[in-house]
Design a protein around this ligand. Sequence first.
Ligand code: ZN
Length: 226
Amino acid sequence: MKYSELNGNVKRVYAKIRMLDDYHWDIHKDKIIGYHRKSEFPIRIRVVESKEEAEKLSEQKDGPGIDIAVLPDANTFYIKNGTFILSERFLKATLMDINDHIIWGGFRVIERDGKLVQEDLYEYLGGPLVRHLKSNMMNGQDYVFWQFYKCEKCGKFVDIESLPEHMAKHGINVAEKDNEKYEVFELNFIEGGVFNKFGEEVPQNKFAPEAQAFIRDMIGEQKSGK
Ligand SMILES: [Zn+2]
């Protein structure tokens, strides 16, 4: 199929999102499939005529990833059966929001074809995304995501920057590790606290002293900067 033969609605929707280089796009006759570049997480975008059609589509899922049904009207935005049903004009911003919620969560080094390669782990934080959309929270302004490592020696969470120093105190050299898996927490500047992906606050006593100082710096700084 040639690009010129595509349905006009598909072309119009595609033209609105093709500059988002966090994704690459496959364009089909009736849908656009995006892959988040770093994580390969798929996003299926279907152009529909009505809410009824969108809701019907929301009942079927083609596998992991995010489904979006795009409507031609001006003021629709809701989530049904995990599918985003939204007006064309909200699509680009929503894809940018989704990108903000796919977070690097660790790595492992594996042997493949006689070489050592790093595999990266990413996490899609769908629960926080919905909460942030509902309360109009902006990444970098109202919250940031941060990686924390649960120390196998003392059981406390350590922020990623403080990890080498923290592990050194236990006599562990992080350079010897071939994998690390982090918990991604939200530093919420509005609430002044740290939250896990389920929206539960993580109390300060769960963090190592270095991480507590880091959180105080981050949250205190943001508050006084406002
Ligand atoms: Zn420790």
